[in-house]
Design a protein around this ligand. Structure first.
Ligand SMILES: [Zn+2]
Length: 111
């Protein structure tokens, strides 16, 4: 296993996740943009929905970020490629598709 290549890929992924999260969670500079949800029909509502969508996306990104950080830690302690829950080998195709996988397919489906 080419751990240096994997580490590099994970670090790049971490940097881009941080960038995306930074943009998503940035506090709007215009106070009018922070409208309360449902008070006005129209622009404000669309914006509020847009913000809710962003919160959902940010949560997904944050969850992925936690996995990337964990996967980097696993590279350090030599358990990369092993499931965090049951200790089984994570399938190579899975690691290829999602190098930040820290659970095997079976355990991930139980999450
Ligand atoms: Zn497992």
């Amino acid at each position: 296993m080419d751990t240096e290549r994997i580490r590099h890929g994970l670090q790049e992924r971490l940097a881009s996740l941080d960038h995306e999260l930074g943009e998503l969670t940035a506090v709007p500079r215009d106070p009018a943009a922070a409208v309360s949800f449902g008070k006005r029909i129209g622009e404000g509502t669309t914006e509020a929905i847009d913000r809710l969508t962003k919160v959902g996306t940010a949560e997904q990104l944050a969850a992925m970020r936690a996995d990337v950080v964990r996967a980097l830690g696993k590279l350090d302690d030599g358990t990369y490629g092993l499931c965090d829950r049951c200790g089984a080998l994570i399938a190579e195709e899975r690691l290829e598709a999602r190098p930040w996988s820290v659970l095997c397919v079976r355990c991930a489906s139980l999450r």
